[in-house]
Design a binder for this molecule. Sequence first.
Ligand code: SF4
Length: 175
Amino acid sequence: MHKNLHDSNLTRYKKPQFVNTFAVMINRYFGLTKMRINDTGDLPDIIALEKLCQISEKCPNTFFWVSTRRKDLIKKLYEKHNKQKLNKLWPKLVIRFSFEHDTRILDDLKFCKKYGVTASKTGYYDEIPKNILCKKLDQNNNCELCVDCYDPGVILRMYAYHKKGKILKIGELEK
Ligand code: SF4
């Protein structure tokens, strides 16, 4: 299923009219102020990421949130643009890198600062500082009014491990 979605994302991004069509739909027809990209699957390549940058330039009234595990693409884009922070170049495109749970938060924040991106990661509820905890678990797994992940100023949000709606205690994931 994920592979199919990944493949169809790849096909759509490659169409030459992708950027213009997407931008027109958002600006003219939907008037969206916030849009999540790729909520399933990941960015297939640098071309896809660059096209999202172009779309964000053409849609000045919309904040885009894209999650990715592709550190290589973030680094590539940064290098390609003379090591300028990505959030300075595309302030409306919130690239949220998904860190593995065992990285150190301080290192995560350093990465975000260097490349001009934001982050998310998963951890045990009891270990997550509550000011950076995602609200979904208390909201029936919906964002509802929370827009933190679209906000370039919200550098890190953490999701608690859970199974069938029940929050996992420390160590339960490994059992
Ligand atoms: S509830 Fe907020 S922090 Fe959690 S995923 Fe939705 S926007 Fe992000």
